[in-house]
Design a protein around this ligand. Sequence first.
Ligand SMILES: [Zn+2]
Ligand SMILES: [Zn+2]
Length: 424
Amino acid sequence: MKRFQLLQVKVLGAAREVGRSAFQIDCDGVNFLLDYGVELGRESAYPLQVNPQDINAAIITHAHLDHSGNVPALFVHGSTDVYATPPTFDLSRLLIEDMIRLEKSNLPFDLSEVAKMMMHSKEIKYREKITRGNASFELRESGHVLGGASVLVESQNKRLFYTGDINPKGSRMLREADLDLGEIDLLITESTYSQTDQMPRLEAEEKFIEFAYEVLDRKGTLFVPAFSVERSQEIAVILKNAKFKHKVVMDGMAVKVNEIMLKYPEYLRDAEVFADSVNHAVWVRGERERKNMLDEPAVIISPAGMLVGGSAVFYLQNLALDKKNGIALVSYQGEKTPGRKLLEKGLVSIRGKEVRAEADVRQFEFSGHADRTALFDFIKKIKGTPKVLTIHGDDQSCTKFAEEIHERFGFEAHAPNAGEIITV
Ligand SMILES: [Zn+2]
Ligand SMILES: [Zn+2]
């Protein structure tokens, strides 16, 4: 005879790594899939497989591909309902279709699976409770990207909170995270910056603006490779806020994301400031326009943030070899990405050859994630004595974080491996 209802987590990815986030939550027979992402690199990596027939609901926390990119795989030999906020669906679809265009045959699914995913999409609002059998879930605003969420899962007598990617304080564009949670039995927390504190945001902004003037004043162009969702827009907002005097250009996927974001003013902290900022920039559409952008000094914001594909590759090749130009890295640079290589070794690949970049390369911290202090503040406020899983960070960031959580708060905490099953 069963006396207690169990809540079980199977870790499918993002275990001691950033990428392919995926967690299967079994609430005594009702199964939720939290995220189903990919890891894009030289070779794409996927989370452990699930059988879509076993999943009562798949939930996408936010559009970044490390959380959404493998959801179409659920529709290759089956189907399930997929839940997310409306902007998350719009942005996920855009990013996934772009990934398919770039990766082509390397992926286990195609555009038809994306279409099926959209047919099974169920748009929900923050704090809207969805019930399946004896279990339910709801999304909570996460302050990380437009429409982004954390997930609160409740079974009959257990409560789980999964941060997804979280920025408790929000940003110039986004409101703070919604962390009024009640008691939690199991916490799955991101660990991306658990070992690093970031420069205060205003200071980072000042340094960035200074660098932009430095480059533009010597008639160079400042190239800012940035994630299309939504670092690109944030950089535009920062420049506008500082009343930056030179031309600002946005290109590639960032432009398409602008269009989607303008559709959802209610998800922004200040829709007017946002619209002003992105509309102030020149939006590049097409190759000829792109070439023209090299003719006069400007700040050019263009994905991809880690220089893996996108129009960023064009700008890198055309701007990296001239020392009057500048390159500002403003996103997380994953291991083995061209961005990390540029940052650490000063090298760029140009037509298959590795050469030294002559442009002034600098890094700025505009993370959309909680930093170390913010993560500990967040955990301090958690009610109850949850078991804690530290995920979504490199090995050190996950394992050290778990140790520290145990030391400081006495919670049972560890950095799980992929395939591990944890029960509360
Ligand atoms: Zn993210
Ligand atoms: Zn992520």
